[in-house]
Design a protein around this ligand. Structure first.
Ligand code: SAH
Ligand code: SF4
Ligand code: F3S
Length: 435
């Protein structure tokens, strides 16, 4: 690589989960601290960070086409850093396949970006996929301006080793950040404009501090921050869902009535082959328990169709579970064989056409339950946190307590909590009027 002038502008593009979005924000803050400015909309940046996701093949392959697209007509390219989970999983391969990339940095090492940029400016390429004992959080600058709804990573990594999943390899073992450090960061986020904080973790409900306090204690502490109006958390694993955390949905008014609890399949044989530590029945029992303490809770989940060996009848069990739960939201995916995971070499890989068909049937069922949930909300009054302007003049978009997208017109501003009456429901949003 030839030496290049130090970058003056950057762009961070994040893919994948909310934890990657959070990491992308932190990298942006780190670059800004180095005096590098965000590139204006529509203009090319001197430095591009591709913050990648490895969860499914499509997501992982996307990075190479994105790198190709950064090449200019004259054959040159901006400084390119590949971060995120593809960086962690395929560091050396990226270096070999994509000569225009000068930096590869894993999700636990991105606080070292400034030093890597200096090397890149000198014409050197570098890979850093360490999972260092020092935590990146200590090295990152304080939070600056944030929107009304902010993310806060409290837990990282995964020890669950579901047989289809790369996360335990790309993000490492489960680690919880400290209680005081998190309360401090939450206060900074609130000072920077946050009205709502979503606590993030690959297994957020596995969060536990060295005094044995669970996530509900952290939620209680954040609820004591006066200007913070709302608290959410995601993603939870059924195995770590304690009664104490469920009770927080009854006892902490600022904790919103929403639970994202992935189930993946409604069939026990498939769940076992996936190494999920729950059955359909034990999963449903958790939902019963949370509904007992918070009857209006909105439920959300993740599903995989076409796991190796999944039969028609086993897939039907998933459809049945969906009808039974009545989800308010969901994510559903075709199984994607990931290198190095046990499921990738299992017998009975399902044909792509059959996966397509199952996904369509599942999504139709999920759309129905989602629409039904939204329709049942019509006529309710609730607070909406205004997050941005809508498409039309005077229109605003925000979220209900149940995480529904709500739009209305009238006198409001971003960051307001306004009371509305919900008027009309679609599968993905509701209209409302100010009251
Ligand atoms: N830790 C979370 C989710 C992490 S990944 C949990 O266990 O719930 C987000 C979702 O991606 C998973 O819930 C799963 O539905 C999906 N997913 C993960 N690996 C996948 C794979 N190999 N193919 C298809 N979907 C996958
Ligand atoms: Fe992946 Fe399972 Fe861990 Fe979720 S719990 S991140 S699906 S291994
Ligand atoms: Fe993707 Fe990594 Fe998140 S693989 S889903 S970005 S933890």
């Amino acid at each position: 690589m030839r030496p290049t002038p130090p970058p003056r502008t950057y762009r961070v593009k994040s893919f994948g989960c909310q934890m990657n979005v959070y990491d992308g924000e932190r990298m942006a803050e780190l670059l800004a601290e180095q005096g590098i400015q965000p590139a204006p909309e529509g203009e090319e940046a001197d430095l591009v960070v591709l913050n990648t996701c490895h969860i499914r093949e499509k997501a992982a392959e996307k990075v190479y086409s994105d790198i190709g697209r950064l090449r200019r007509a004259d054959g040159t390219a901006p400084l390119i850093a590949v971060a995120g989970c593809v960086a962690q999983a395929e560091g050396e391969e990226i270096m070999a396949r994509a000569p225009s990339v000068s930096m590869v940095v894993g999700p636990q090492a991105y606080h070292r970006l400034p030093a890597m940029i200096s090397e890149a400016v000198a014409g050197l390429r570098s890979v850093d996929t360490d999972m260092p004992t020092e935590t990146k959080f200590d090295a990152l600058p304080a939070r600056r301006k944030v929107g009304p709804s902010a993310f806060l990573t409290v837990q990282e990594g995964c020890d669950k080793f579901c047989t289809y999943c790369v996360v335990p390899y790309t993000r490492g073992a489960e680690v919880s950040r400290g209680f005081n450090e998190l309360v401090d960061e939450a206060k900074k986020l609130v000072e920077a404009g946050a009205k709502e904080i979503t606590l993030l973790g690959q297994n957020v409900n596995a969060w536990r501090d060295d005094m044995g306090r669970g996530l509900e204690k952290l939620i209680e502490a954040l609820a004591a921050i006066p200007e913070l109006a709302r608290i959410r958390y995601t993603t939870s694993h059924p195995a770590d869902m304690t009664q104490a955390l469920l009770n927080a949905h009854r006892d902490v008014p600022k904790l919103m009535p929403f639970l994202h609890l992935p189930v993946q399949s409604g069939n026990d044989r498939v769940l076992k082959a996936m190494n999920r530590s729950h059955t359909a029945a034990s999963y449903l029992a958790i939902l019963e328990r949370v509904r007992a303490v918070r009857p209006d809770i909105a439920l959300s989940g993740d599903f995989i169709v076409g796991f190796p060996g999944e039969t028609d009848a086993e897939f039907e069990d998933t459809l049945r579970l969906v009808e039974q739960v009545g989800y308010a939201q969901c994510f559903s995916f075709k199984y994607s064989a990931r290198p190095g995971t046990p499921a990738a070499t299992m017998d009975g890989q399902v044909a792509p056409a059959l996966m397509d068909e199952r996904l369509q049937r599942l999504q139709a069922a999920l759309n129905r339950t989602q629409l039904a949930f939204n329709q049942a909300s019509v006529g309710k009054r609730c607070l909406v946190l205004v997050e941005r302007k809508g498409k039309y003049d005077g229109q605003w978009l925000g979220k209900s307590p149940w995480l529904q997208s709500v739009h209305f017109t009238g006198d409001a501003a971003i960051g307001d909590l306004v009371e509305v009456e919900l008027l009309e429901a679609g599968a993905n949003s509701l209209s409302a009027r100010l009251v």
